[in-house]
Structure formats: structure tokens, C-alpha cells
Design a protein around this ligand. Sequence first.
Ligand SMILES: Nc1nc2c(ncn2[C@@H]2O[C@H](COP(=O)(O)OP(=O)(O)OP(=O)(O)O)[C@@H](O)[C@H]2O)c(=O)[nH]1
Ligand SMILES: [Mg+2]
Length: 224
Amino acid sequence: MAGDDGGSLFDFDQATYDADEKVKIICLGDSAVGKSKLMERFLMDGYRPQQLSTYALTLYKYSTTIDGKTVLVDFWDTAGQERFQSMHPSYYHKAHACIMVFDVQRKITYKNLTNWYRELREYRPEIPCIVVANKIDADMKVTQRNFNFAKKQGLPLYYVSAADGTNVVKLFKDAIKLAMSYKQNSSDFMDEVLQELENFELEKKEGTSDKEDDLLQEMDQQLA
Ligand SMILES: Nc1nc2c(ncn2[C@@H]2O[C@H](COP(=O)(O)OP(=O)(O)OP(=O)(O)O)[C@@H](O)[C@H]2O)c(=O)[nH]1
Ligand SMILES: [Mg+2]
């Protein structure tokens, strides 16, 4: 569970002052692939996260402890913008890792990964990116299928279900570690993740308004 490793909202204010590290993780993918459900499944499992909501953007704040260090994580989620097949540049600004989601039940969402990935690399050429095949609960057979996009790009692929929780905690914990290792200029953890996925065994277990621009700026300031 998300709260078991020291992650909590309770001591968030204190954690803000004590934090050793702060990272920003963004979520990309077509509408209705399950981006928000995934966040909610991870973050609300055990406690209530602080949440700033607007029509188009939600910022989830999360604090955890890794190797004795307090880490603050800002997860950025989006709704509505992805129908333009493009995100505002501020969304990518200073991001340390990306979670890129498609829906195993809708091929178009898999095809569109190419576009999302192209845009991500325009703004953030180097950050770690995890490809996420969501909704595997609807058809477990998909986990045997090859989704070559991830392999071709040299990216880790996680089979998950926001509905039943399969691999969700692992996905987010690995994303945080990847973001941290990117910030510390190390590729070690990415190598580890790719290696592990090679021996993969399924565990049982997206134009903004001025208002949104202001919010994005505010968020950037918080992160500075
Ligand atoms: N079966 C199944 N349905 C899911 C899963 N994850 C999400 N859904 C459903 O898919 C729909 C879309 O989920 P959201 O989390 O709102 O998708 P989103 O990517 O945030 O969509 P936007 O906010 O429009 O960009 C909802 O009806 C969810 O209940 C899953 O793992 N399995
Ligand atoms: Mg959403």
C-alpha cells in the first residue's frame, strides 16, 4: 500500500521543510486510458492526498521515504487537453519522469503513443519514461502480447490494472525511483528496471486557457 512506506499526507507540511529531494512526474496518454484512476488507485490506497483541481489539471502531492531520505513527489495529471493531441509546454517543464499510458482494449490509444512520445522528447529528451498497458483485468491474455513500441524505444513496459490494482504500486514506486535517479544523474535504476522486465513475470497481483497558464506557472513556482 502507498501509505506503508512512510508516504502520507499527515506529516506533509513537516516533510515539505525536511525534504531532501523533490521530483515532478507527469502522466501522458489519450483520454479515458485510465490515467486518473491509476493515480487514485496508488495515492488513495491508505490515505487522502492533497489535491489541487481544475477543469484540466490535477496536481497530486505525495511524500515518501527512500533510503532514509524524504522525497516529495508532484504527480501531474491532465484531462481534456489530450483531445488536442498535444500538451502545453509548461506541463513538461522540469519533469523528472513520465508515465505514458494506453488502454489495452483500444488500439488507437496504443498507436497514439508514438505522438505522445515524440512530443515528450521535444521537451524532455532525456527523462525516464515508463510505458503502461492499462486495463489488463478486462483481458488477461493481453499480457502475452508483444507491444513492440516500448521495446523499440528501449522503454520499460508495465502491465497494470487500475481496477484491481495489479502492478500499480510497483509502477509508481519505480517511477519515483527513476525520477530520483534521473535527478541524481544516474542511469543505474533504469538499467535495473529494464533487466528485471526482461525476465518479466506478472505479479499477482494528454491548448490551455489563460487561467490554466496561470495555474501552470503557479505550480512551476512551487517546484522551483
Ligand atoms: N476495466 C478497467 N477499466 C478501467 C481501468 N482504469 C480505468 N478504467 C475505466 O476507464 C475510464 C477512464 O478512466 P480515467 O481514469 O478517467 O481515464 P483518464 O485517462 O484519466 O481520462 P481523461 O481524464 O479524460 O484524460 C473510467 O470509466 C474507468 O473506470 C482498469 O484498469 N480496468
Ligand atoms: Mg483523467
